[in-house]
Design a protein around this ligand. Structure first.
Ligand code: SAH
Ligand code: SF4
Length: 369
């Protein structure tokens, strides 16, 4: 057993070793998952933290080839949840001691949008007496905007690199000014420099993607010295350009398993970061997120978007929990998390230990608890 564990740890040293771990199947894969679960318990403990997810608008100015809410998709109803409904979702998170929430939407960078987000951030801080932690995931913005939102109270930012391989990046995005790989990269560095706890991630099982690409993604995260990661399986959407490659994809079950292998391997590679159990896992396996919590993930993002709008935030097909109220989600999650041998860190921010170890040079204005 001991030698197994050493073998697994040794494999994380090289790109070849990482690709091997990511591609494991059967019993060997089981051992990888167990090993990652052990490292997780030892380093970050059994606690998992909630981030109440509010997907407040599906208006988007971009055209990513994989995403169901891309600008050119005319087959969806666009929505924008009014501020008071967003604030009541935030109040729900606060009352239910979720600790933090995530504001996510399609990408916009017009002045009205930027100001609105600042206002919402101030309001959420106010209604929760500064207690709710706020993560935002609003795409690429200017340094000034990031700075303004940080000042207004956001202290974590999620911006997936989607793929760290530039060539693959341009096979899943238009090659134009609005979808520039270097800009995305630069945004990540800016966020970190400004003091945000910075999260990135990739999709797993994209067309043209190999195990080597995925190994490179993990090395990218390590080199960037990321604080948190959210990554999950790619799920095709019929109204997107990538749909035409669906025959070439790994079967859904394989994408799911490789996603868990990625989470487990990353936990070994970066033991003290926060890793989210992505919602897309649940679109493939009803217990998908709980399985991830056992093999490395320590963050879960219950969807608290007002129900009426959930069915329109379809980034991919078969998205789970689109017709449940937020209350149902809390109850069912409690049971599921206990079944995974984990416990919820109610009322705690659950900051990345990696961030706490290495605080940024600029202190966060919103403060930390
Ligand atoms: N507009 C922001 C945030 C919303 S999209 C941004 O793009 O950063 C959030 C994430 O959803 C993206 O980063 C992408 O990784 C994921 N996503 C989009 N389409 C997907 C699909 N078809 N399958 C799985 N994940 C998808
Ligand atoms: Fe817009 Fe984000 Fe979807 Fe790209 S992934 S189309 S930026 S919502």
């Amino acid at each position: 057993m001991k030698s197994d564990s050493n073998k697994i740890k040794k494999a994380t040293i090289s790109a070849e070793g990482l690709s091997r771990l990511i591609s494991l199947k059967g019993e060997a894969r089981q051992r990888l998952w167990e090993e990652a679960g052990k490292v997780q318990e030892k380093v970050v403990g059994k606690k998992v933290f909630f981030r109440g997810l509010i997907e407040f608008s599906n208006f988007c100015t971009k055209n990513c080839y994989y995403c169901g809410i891309r600008k050119d998709n005319r087959n969806i109803d666009r929505y924008d949840i009014p501020d008071d409904a967003i604030l009541s979702a935030a109040r729900f998170a606060y009352k239910n001691r979720y600790g933090s929430l995530v504001l996510q939407s399609g990408e916009r960078s017009d002045d009205r949008f930027v100001e609105r987000i600042s206002r919402l951030l101030y309001e959420i801080k106010k209604l929760s007496k500064g207690e709710l932690g706020i993560t935002i995931s609003l795409g690429e913005q200017t340094r000034e905007t990031y700075k303004e939102w940080f000042k207004a109270g956001a202290h974590r930012y999620l911006l997936r690199i989607e793929s760290s391989d530039e060539e693959l990046y341009y096979r899943i995005h238009p090659r134009d000014e609005k979808h520039d790989y270097q800009t995305r990269l630069k945004c990540l560095y800016t966020l970190k420099e400004l003091g945000y706890q910075t999260g990135t991630g990739v999709m797993i099982g994209l067309p043209f993607q190999t195990y080597e690409h995925l190994a490179k993604d993990l090395l990218f995260m390590k080199e960037f010295d990321v604080h948190m990661v959210g990554m999950g399986p790619y799920i095709e959407h019929h109204d997107t350009p990538l749909y035409r490659y669906r025959e070439q994809l790994w079967p859904l079950q394989r994408r799911f398993e490789v996603a868990l292998n990625m989470i487990a391997t990353l936990r070994l590679l970066m033991p003290d970061i926060n890793i989210a159990a992505a919602t897309a896992l649940q679109a493939i396996d009803p217990m998908g997120r709980e399985k991830a919590l056992k093999c490395g993930a320590n963050i879960i993002m219950p969807n608290i978007t007002p129900t009426a709008n959930r069915k329109n935030y379809l980034l991919y097909e078969n998205k789970p929990c689109t017709d449940e109220g937020a209350d149902d989600c809390t109850n069912c999650l409690n049971v599921r998390i206990a079944m995974a041998g984990r416990e919820v860190g109610y009322g705690e921010w659950g900051d990345s230990k990696h961030y706490r170890k290495k605080p940024p040079s600029i202190p966060p204005v919103g403060g930390r608890n």
